[in-house]
Structures are given as structure tokens and as C-alpha cells.
Write a protein that binds this ligand. Structure first.
Ligand SMILES: Cc1cc2nc3c(=O)[nH]c(=O)nc-3n(C[C@H](O)[C@H](O)[C@H](O)COP(=O)(O)OP(=O)(O)OC[C@H]3O[C@@H](n4cnc5c(N)ncnc54)[C@H](O)[C@@H]3O)c2cc1C
Length: 475
């Protein structure tokens, strides 16, 4: 019998799982996919928002600010890349200049520090590639960037290192109240017993809520992106936003923690978790990016992708116990700034919600640190030599674009949570994330996965289910 079953391996479920392992509790995470971080947490802008955008008094405003303040420490503990680059909301007209003032006042009410309106001259000094049409900007020095998938994977890995269980390919389809707690059943017939459950199922959190008799409407809004190669790194120095509209924060241009440049996302209503990109979507991103900056280096585009925001009708985070089933807690409608807010949401859910049903006793053995999540290429020459002496597989480069070694790939398949397919390796190591997008290294990555897992090469998939890469042997 688990004390807590967390449903959904996104950044919210992952950080809640980690928070739970700080206490003497038996906990697990169930995830319907064959890896964690397969929902919106893997395809978003990776911005640690300062907190001026959310309406004052909302859960979003509260947890955005708290999460922003916690992110650097959490990222450090988990060995995840984070950078406090600051953000700029750029105005192109008189009307937008007054919107900046409104945002600044709201931010100050929300508790955001250091907000400042920049005039044209200062803005152009700070961002040399900004459009000549840009007239002013709101500068938020507390804005930052983080790697969203590294954060999620590391949070789950750290929780597992601290004793949590992970059940992959466990698609929850039924939750029943029993005498002692709950029975949570998966589509494939597996069942787990738990005293309590936390619903962190993203776009499906409304469906999980319905399983316990609650009505929460969660809808999807797709956002498409373009990613530029690291050769364009430095094109912008801060995260650049347009002034927000009813539909959200609009398209942004931002550096990523890995030195790429991200352009997007669009905003299109969708019924499900649809993450297909489209010609029209990419055109929209390009058009808006051209408005924000001059000479955008689109020739350095290496890929496009999309993510789907899961939003509730009230456009605020829903963090509460079920109205119908005691011991079930919902984290629903966690749209942007959900990534930023995640560490603070996790702490709140455990300390203020689950604590009403469970006794929280500190786990004296809890370690907040993830085993070193180093990238070989970032090590000094001495450190590299030391590592190669211990394990010669670190001396062989597999992904030439990103400089990723065989040792790093083997480690990704072995450590918690294990990478079972090529996309999972890519999210953990960046092998296949560079200019050739895996064109050269994918076959070698497949071989390493097959060896490590003791399966045939034909069984190695790209992203679980039936996404086989090769059909069979010709000779
Ligand atoms: C385009 C886009 C841009 C964004 N940009 C930012 C940003 O820059 N900054 C920011 O702070 N926030 C941003 N966000 C918001 C942020 O990404 C989300 O708030 C956050 O990732 C939500 O995480 P989650 O864990 O709730 O959901 P998810 O990451 O979607 O995780 C839900 C998980 O539940 C699993 N699941 C679903 N149903 C079941 C089931 N029946 N059984 C078992 N498992 C199930 C799914 O497979 C999935 O892994 C953005 C979102 C999008 C889509």
C-alpha cells in the first residue's frame, strides 16, 4: 500500500514526487508513456517567468513568484542548467507603452522586484538585433531560463534515488474508493493500492478528476516553435516578449540554456494533446519573429516542434482536494507559468494539502542532490582525462554535433529514470539534438540502448509504443 500515488510524470508530478521523498512515506509515480516528461513539460519555452503577467491574487501570481525564487536552488541541487538572463516585454507603439506601465504596476503588486521601463536607447543598447520599430520595454531582471525536460527527468531520478517507485506504461483508467484508501487501475489490468492520490495528468487531469466524480474542464491550446542552431547563440541576450494579449504572452524569442535560440509559440485551440507542427503555424512564428528582430537567422533552423498547454476554464491553477473522494488531490489547469511555479506548487501540495491526510515525518536520509549530471564537453581537460581513465567509453564521441560521449549515453540508460528509447536518450544527454538531429548518431545510440537493455536492435524504438526505427535485417 502506497501512502501516495502520483499520476502523471510531468514537471508537476515529478517535483511533487521528489518533495514527498523528503518524508518517511511510501510513494510512487504512474505514467502512461514509456518515459517521464512526455506531455507539456517537454515542449515549452523553458522560461522562468518573473511574475508580472498573472492577475494579482490568483494562484498563478502567488506560485509564479514563489517558484521563480526557488528555481535556481532546485536546479543547482538537481544539476540542471538554469540561467538568470532577465526578460524584456517590448512595446512597438504608444498604446503598448501604457500596457508596459500596467504590467509593471501589476508585477510590483505581485511582489516582483527590480522591474524597470527602458527607453528606446537603453533597449537598443541591450539588444542590438531588436527591430528599429521597438520603442520601449519592461525589463524584469529576475526572469530566467531553465531546461524543462532535464528538470523533470532529474526530479523523478532524484526521487527514485531517495526511494520512490516509478511505474511506466501505467495508464490510469479507474480509481475506486476502498475501505483503507484507493485502488488505482491501469488499462493493461495492473492495479495499485494507495492511501492518497495526486492528479497531475496535465491535459488529461479533467479525465482523472471525472474518475473520482469531480468536474474539471481542461482544454488544449497548441503552440508551435522554431529552434535555431547554437551557431546563432547570442542573437538575443534576454527573453523578448511582445505585450501580452487575451490569448497569452504571445510569441517570444529567447536564448535556451544550451545556447540555441527559441522562437514561438503560436496559440491554437485543440481538443486533445495534438502536437503536430504546420506550415501555417511556422509561418506565423516567422512573421512575428521578423517584427521583433531584424535579420533573424532562419537559415540556422534545426527543427520545429509543438506543445499543448492544458488550461482550465478559469485560467488559474486548480490545486485542491476532490469534492467527492477524500484523499484525492487535483493539480489541474497548470498552464504557463506552470514550469516556473512547479517547485512552489510541489511544496504547497505536500505541506498544505497532503499533510491534512498523512503524517509527515522528515526522512533523515533524503539527499536533495542528483548524481552529477555533467556533460563531458563542459569538463576541464584534467576532469575529462580522469573520467576516461576510469571508464574508456567516455573517450568515444557518439554525437558529433553536441559532443556527447558513449559513456554519457550508457549512463542515461542505466540511471534513474532509465532512458528506454532514442528520444529519452536525447532528452537526457542531447545526443541527436544538434544540427544533424540524429542523422549520424541515431544508429549508434540504438546499438548502445540494445546492448544495455539486452534487447534486439529491431526492438529499440524512437518514443515507445510502435515507433520502431528499423523493420528487420536485410542480410
Ligand atoms: C507551448 C507551451 C509553452 C509553455 N511555456 C512555459 C514557460 O515558458 N514557462 C512556464 O513557466 N511554463 C510554460 N508552460 C507551461 C508548463 O509547460 C506547464 O505548466 C507544465 O509543464 C505542466 O506540467 P504538468 O506536469 O502539469 O503536465 P504534463 O507535463 O503535461 O504532464 C502530465 C503527464 O501525465 C501523463 N498522463 C496523462 N494521462 C495519464 C493517465 N491516465 N495515466 C497516467 N499518466 C497520465 C502524461 O503522459 C504526462 O506525462 C508552457 C506550456 C506550453 C504547452
Amino acid at each position: 500500500m502506497y501512502d501516495v500515488i502520483v499520476v502523471g510524470g510531468g514537471v508537476i508530478g515529478g517535483l511533487i514526487l521528489r518533495e514527498l521523498t523528503k518524508y518517511n512515506l511510501r510513494v510512487c509515480l504512474v505514467e502512461k508513456a514509456n518515459d517521464v516528461c512526455m506531455g507539456q513539460s517537454k515542449a515549452n519555452s523553458g522560461i522562468v517567468h518573473a511574475g508580472y503577467d498573472a492577475k494579482t491574487g490568483t494562484q498563478k501570481a502567488k506560485f509564479n513568484l514563489l517558484g521563480n525564487r526557488m528555481m535556481e536552488k532546485v536546479a543547482q541541487e538537481l544539476g540542471v542548467k538554469y540561467s538568470n538572463i532577465g526578460s524584456l516585454v517590448v512595446a512597438f507603439s504608444e498604446e503598448e507603452c501604457s500596457a508596459l506601465q500596467t504590467l509593471k504596476e501589476r508585477g510590483e503588486k505581485n511582489g516582483v522586484s527590480g522591474l524597470r521601463i527602458l527607453d528606446r536607447e537603453e533597449l537598443h543598447r541591450m539588444e542590438e538585433n531588436i527591430s528599429s520599430e521597438a520603442v520601449a520595454a519592461l525589463y524584469a531582471p529576475t526572469g530566467g531560463i531553465v531546461c524543462p525536460y532535464s528538470l523533470t527527468v532529474a526530479a523523478v531520478g532524484n526521487a527514485m534515488d531517495n526511494g520512490a517507485d516509478l511505474h511506466l506504461l501505467f495508464e490510469v483508467e479507474k480509481i475506486e474508493k476502498t475501505e483503507n484508501g484507493l485502488t488505482v487501475s491501469a488499462k493493461d489490468g495492473r492495479a495499485l493500492q494507495g492511501k492518497t492520490l495526486v492528479n497531475c495528468a496535465g491535459i488529461k487531469s479533467g479525465e482523472i478528476a471525472a474518475m473520482v466524480g469531480d468536474e474539471i474542464n481542461v482544454n488544449g491550446r497548441k503552440g508551435e516553435y522554431i529552434l535555431l542552431d547554437r551557431e546563432s547563440g547570442g542573437f538575443v541576450k534576454h527573453t523578448l516578449f511582445f505585450a501580452p494579449t487575451e490569448k497569452g504572452k504571445g510569441i517570444l524569442i529567447s536564448p535556451t540554456v544550451d545556447g540555441n535560440v527559441l522562437l514561438g509559440p503560436t496559440a491554437e485551440e485543440v481538443d486533445d494533446g495534438n502536437t503536430e507542427t504546420s506550415g501555417a503555424g511556422i509561418e506565423t512564428v516567422m512573421e512575428k519573429a521578423r517584427k521583433m528582430c531584424k535579420n533573424v537567422p532562419f537559415f540556422n533552423t534545426i527543427t520545429s516542434f509543438a506543445g499543448t498547454r492544458a488550461y482550465a476554464a478559469e485560467h488559474d491553477f486548480i490545486l485542491r482536494e476532490s469534492e467527492r473522494t477524500e484523499g484525492v488531490f487535483h493539480c489541474a489547469g497548470i498552464e504557463s507559468p506552470g514550469l516556473t511555479a512547479a517547485p512552489a506548487i510541489a511544496e504547497h501540495v505536500v505541506k498544505n494539502l497532503l499533510s491534512t491526510r498523512l503524517k509527515l515525518e522528515k526522512n533523515k536520509n533524503f539527499s536533495p542532490y542528483r548524481k552529477a549530471d555533467y556533460f563531458f564537453k563542459d569538463l576541464s581537460r584534467e576532469e575529462k582525462n580522469e573520467l576516461i581513465k576510469k571508464d574508456p567509453s567516455y573517450g568515444k564521441i557518439v554525437c558529433r554535433c553536441e559532443g556527447i560521449t558513449e559513456g554519457e549515453i550508457r549512463r542515461a540508460v542505466r540511471e534513474n529514470p532509465p532512458a528506454l528509447d532514442t528520444d529519452a536518450v536525447k532528452r537526457r544527454t542531447r545526443a541527436g539534438m544538434g544540427r544533424c538531429q540524429g542523422g549520424f548518431c541515431q544508429s549508434q545510440v540504438m546499438e548502445i540502448i540494445a546492448q544495455e537493455r539486452g534487447v534486439a536492435l529491431e526492438e529499440v524504438t524512437k518514443k515507445g509504443k510502435n515507433s520502431y526505427i528499423i523493420r528487420g535485417r536485410t542480410k
